[in-house]
Design a protein around this ligand. Structure first.
Ligand code: SF4
Length: 279
């Protein structure tokens, strides 16, 4: 049983290996060299996930690309977003989620509609809840289950919010874009920008005290910054007068158990903030 205020992750999981443990093999590369290559790729992917970037030569990008990663392609899009003038309308009161869903309709406003199977609006309708959770774009797995987060990642998220005394009734969960990008690529700045007015309307409808932004894109796109998640997490920012805390996506935490410790720190900050706001 989970005891309120205890880490949902357990001690051993907060000190595991950073490296992903998959059975990687590539073409004729095997043995110790394959292992080194796998670890290098995992480490660079890990840096990408926490928002650290550094120049890679075209040769290295091609090499990493041959393993099906988009490491080399990130993330000029956010640069554009950061430079763009703030166009998000101010939060206004007195709308409900079903109004926003109706406004969104069978949306074709950005290219993501072309490859989607389902538009994922958010978790079940609520009136007003203290915690608004916004995740990075939905994946194919999320799309299949028609949920903003699913599978083991959803289970972990529910454990995380239970650890701070919340449950599905007092949180609302959605994504920064409502359609899954093709081939599980990242969403572009244009796609995020096109969808964002509806996210803002959802926030307006739910009127939360805290926004918990999960993943490298979620917090950065709302805060209009290029700063890495590593630097954004661990503190509250302000989004239209609402406390916003960026943190790691549960999917990422499953792959990188070492990062559960800072994630638990962020959750405890939310718990203290909710207590101080008396909600
Ligand atoms: S991602 Fe958003 S803006 Fe783009 S098609 Fe889907 S609902 Fe419309």
């Amino acid at each position: 049983m989970l005891i309120l205020g205890q880490s949902p992750f357990g001690e051993d999981e907060t000190t595991g290996s950073i490296m992903e443990k998959s059975n990687f093999q590539h073409k004729n590369i095997q043995g110790p060299l394959a292992k080194i290559l796998q670890q290098t790729r995992s480490l660079i992917a890990f840096h990408k996930d926490i928002g650290l970037s550094y120049p890679l030569t075209p040769k290295i990008k091609n090499f990493l690309g041959s393993f099906g990663t988009d490491i080399g392609r990130k993330d000029k899009s956010l640069k554009k977003t950061a430079k763009k003038k703030q166009t998000v309308p101010p939060i206004r009161p007195a709308i409900i989620l079903s109004d926003v869903r109706r406004e969104l309709g069978d949306c074709t406003r950005c290219p993501l509609h072309e490859s989607r199977k389902h538009l994922i609006f958010g978790s079940k309708d609520v009136a007003q809840v203290p915690l608004f959770i916004v995740c990075d774009p939905p994946t194919r797995e999320n799309e299949k289950s028609e949920k903003p987060i699913s599978g083991e990642a959803e289970k972990l998220l529910l454990k995380m919010i239970a650890a701070i005394g919340l449950n599905q009734e007092n949180v609302y969960i959605t994504n920064i874009v409502k359609c899954c990008p093709p081939e599980d690529r990242s969403a572009t700045a244009q796609e995020i920008g096109t969808c964002q007015p509806f996210l803002v309307r959802q926030i307006e409808a739910v009127s939360p005290k805290i926004i918990y932004a999960l993943g490298p894109l979620a917090g950065r796109s709302l805060l209009k910054t290029e700063a890495p998640l590593l630097r954004l997490r661990g503190k509250f920012h302000e989004f239209h007068g609402i406390n916003l805390i960026p943190s790691y996506h549960p999917e990422f935490l499953l792959r990188h158990p070492d990062m559960k410790k800072p994630a638990w720190h962020d959750l405890q900050m939310i718990q203290r903030k909710i207590a101080s706001l008396n909600v």
